[in-house]
Design a protein around this ligand. Structure first.
Ligand code: SAH
Length: 402
């Protein structure tokens, strides 16, 4: 059993927690001195000592913990975790039954009722991500629940709770039979090589599933496609499968070359007919502009923050300029696929970047598609910033003489 302490919420903040806001902010807590061990259950009470909710103490860059229940009698025990997991699994039944897609999110943190915990499914393997020491205190409950609810080949985990967000688990094996990596998973009929034992990134970002499908089915045929910040080339695979004339993948990381060749190969795409370039994207833009290269589809999916030798990039500050660089090498009537997972600005702001970038580039534009997180990445209606993904496809038209 976890310890329980009464945590007093400031008068300014009580209302938001009564309304269902799930994230415990440091500034909302009046008596921080009662908190010592992460994993402690916090009974949130207001100024009049009235019960508001139960939460757990777990420090993340985002805050001090997450609300678990608004029912005073509800115990935070193994059965609590199992009920949450069972409900989450139930909501993904269609995906579990889908033969063409064998990789998806089973449990999405506060969207499924427990902040700081995500669980992904990869063709019989489960991968647990722990985002705080606090939530990790409940790991036995989560494992027991998985054992009671699902069959699996193996369970792996990543402890992503160091202060720099860089914690790398050596192997992460937890239960079942150790896997041989890569395992090959399917997404809408295409293949991805996935490594659950190699650090934070496993080879594919599952939240872009609908975007990849849309590129393949509606935007790739006969097109020259540039995929920037390409990582393992997941967008390039779907573009090639959709009949792209050629894909060009650009990523700074040395590993991206071999990883991209691997993803093309397991999809029977001749990687020698594609361009895979290990280079700083900002350098590549300059090169492409100088050579007057043009692409019909330009995909932008940068990290929220990145630092390379010559450039630093912050999505909130620099996305507009990134768009302008992309527009310069997009053909007339070409499409820019602009994506960001930066949680510090919303879709409205993101569209303002697009509006301004097009204006300053003397092009008009039409929005063709918009995406936020897919269904399996459930979000809480009381926590809008949890829906971090924003993707906009827009088509540009050059003014005469440009
Ligand atoms: N679009 C990818 C995911 C991108 S992850 C996908 O759908 O799978 C972000 C990638 O950006 C990382 O692979 C990182 O190596 C790369 N990156 C960061 N800064 C970069 C830069 N300045 N130039 C090129 N690539 C960069």
């Amino acid at each position: 059993m976890s310890k329980e302490v009464a945590v007093k919420i400031g008068v300014k903040y009580a209302k938001q927690y009564k309304m269902g806001y799930p994230l415990i902010q440091e500034k909302a807590i009046m008596n921080k001195q009662v908190l010592s061990q992460e994993g402690t259950i916090m009974r949130l009470i207001d100024e009049k000592n009235t019960f508001i909710a139960k939460a757990f103490y777990g420090k993340q860059n985002k805050g001090y913990g997450w609300v678990l229940t608004h029912t005073e009698e509800e115990k935070i025990d193994q059965s609590f975790f199992q009920r949450k997991l069972e409900a989450a699994i139930h909501k993904r039944e269609k995906l579990f039954a889908d033969k063409d897609t064998t990789a998806f999110r089973v449990f999405n943190a506060e969207g499924d009722g427990i902040g700081g915990l995500t669980i992904d499914y990869f063709a019989g393997y489960y991968l647990i991500n722990w985002y705080s020491i606090g939530i990790y205190q409940f790991h036995e409950y989560v494992l027991t629940s998985l054992n009671n609810l699902v069959d699996y080949k193996a369970i792996y985990q990543k402890k992503r709770f160091d202060t720099h967000g860089q914690y790398i688990e050596e192997d992460g094996f937890v239960a079942g039979q150790r896997g041989e990596f890569p395992i090959i998973v399917k997404e809408n009929g295409e293949n991805f090589a996935v490594y659950l034992n190699e650090g934070a990134m496993v080879g594919v970002f599952l939240d872009q599933r609908e975007v990849r499908r849309t590129i393949r089915d509606k935007y790739a045929a006969g097109k020259r496609v540039l995929n920037t910040f390409s990582y393992t080339g997941a967008f390039s695979v779907f573009a090639a499968k959709g009949g792209a004339l050629k894909t060009t993948s650009v990523d700074l990381a040395n590993r991206s070359l071999a990883k991209t060749i691997e993803q093309f190969s397991i999809n029977n795409i001749d990687y020698e007919a594609q361009d895979i370039i290990v280079e700083d994207v900002f350098h590549y833009f300059k090169y492409a502009a100088r050579k007057k290269l043009k692409f019909d589809v330009v995909i932008l999916d940068p990290p929220s923050f990145a630092r390379s030798k010559k450039f630093t990039f912050s999505a909130a500050k620099d996305y507009k300029n990134l768009l302008k660089e992309a527009i310069t090498i997009t053909s007339d009537n070409g499409v820019v696929v602009a994506s960001t997972n930066c949680a510090t600005f919303n879709m409205r702001k993101f569209k303002e970047f697009i509006e301004t970038a097009c204006k300053e580039s003397n092009v008009t534009y039409t929005i063709k598609e918009e995406f936020t997180l897919p269904e399996d990445f459930r979000t809480s209606p009381s926590f809008k910033e949890g829906n971090y993904l924003k993707v906009v496809f827009f088509q540009i038209a050059r003014q005469k003489g440009e």
